[in-house]
Ligand binder design. Structure first.
Ligand SMILES: *[C@@H]1O[C@H](CO)[C@@H](O)[C@H](O)[C@H]1NC(C)=O
Ligand SMILES: *[C@@H]1O[C@H](CO)[C@@H](O)[C@H](O)[C@H]1NC(C)=O
Ligand SMILES: *[C@@H]1O[C@H](CO)[C@@H](O)[C@H](O)[C@H]1NC(C)=O
Ligand SMILES: *[C@@H]1O[C@H](CO)[C@@H](O)[C@H](O)[C@H]1NC(C)=O
Length: 182
């Protein structure tokens, strides 16, 4: 009797470990991406984000491509949020609350600043000018933090927390990629 009942649970456990370890390794990133993402606060997010662009992972993936991809994603993210803010401002509940309105108006300015910083970074990449990339990525990231901060004193939950954190996470990748150019 004892033999099977001892053996089969351990085989099951081994099989389970095999399954879970292989499924968490969805993307095995190339060395350059691996090195970049190790320097960010969320490795998985970083790898998934960069690999969301189908060009990433091919043999000719280089820092230029990763620059375009990371700033491109940050650009889409910031413009999307920026265009959402006027919608929130028109919302009936917002209209009842002057402090919330004020915070959203400030956020709109911060997001315009973020969008133009990312645009400038993108143009810099196009013209092989790399010295400002890091600081432009930080301007965009700080704009998201400033937007979040402008809700201080209004009622929680703040309406843009998720989006602000999202832009900051993308900007963190931009900063690490930008450091490849220095
Ligand atoms: C890292 O990012 C993933 C999404 O890509 C998320 O599911 C996970 O919770 C994040 N981890 C931390 C510690 O924030
Ligand atoms: C929020 O505002 C209060 C007082 O107005 C201030 O003491 C506090 O430092 C502010 N918090 C943040 C995160 O800015
Ligand atoms: C408006 O915001 C203030 C804080 O800024 C809060 O005390 C108040 O409850 C809010 N009013 C409405 C109608 O949501
Ligand atoms: C931007 O980031 C937020 C937060 O992670 C996310 O919810 C949103 O889908 C992103 N938007 C785009 C267009 O990538």
């Amino acid at each position: 009797m004892g033999f099977h009942s001892l053996l089969s649970p351990s085989i099951l456990v081994l099989f389970f470990i095999f399954l879970t370890s292989s499924s968490s390794e969805v993307t095995k990133p190339i060395k350059l991406v691996d090195n970049i993402c190790k320097k960010t606060s969320n490795y998985t997010f970083c790898v998934d984000t960069l690999y969301s662009d189908s060009r990433v992972g091919s043999p000719d993936t280089d820092s230029y491509l990763l620059g375009y991809v990371s700033f491109g994603l940050a650009y889409i993210n910031a413009t999307t949020t920026s265009s959402q803010i006027p919608v929130l401002l028109k919302n009936a509940n917002t209209q009842k609350n002057a402090s919330l309105q004020h915070a959203l108006q400030q956020c709109h300015r911060y997001y315009k600043k973020a969008v133009s910083a990312i645009e400038e970074a993108y143009n810099d990449l196009n013209s092989d000018t790399y010295s400002n990339l890091i600081s432009l990525a930080k301007v965009a990231s700080d704009s998201a933090s400033d937007c979040e901060g402008s809700f201080n004193g209004t009622v929680k939950p703040y309406p843009l927390t998720e989006r602000n954190n999202g832009l900051r996470r993308l900007c963190e990748i931009c900063v690490v990629v930008s450091k490849l150019f220095t």
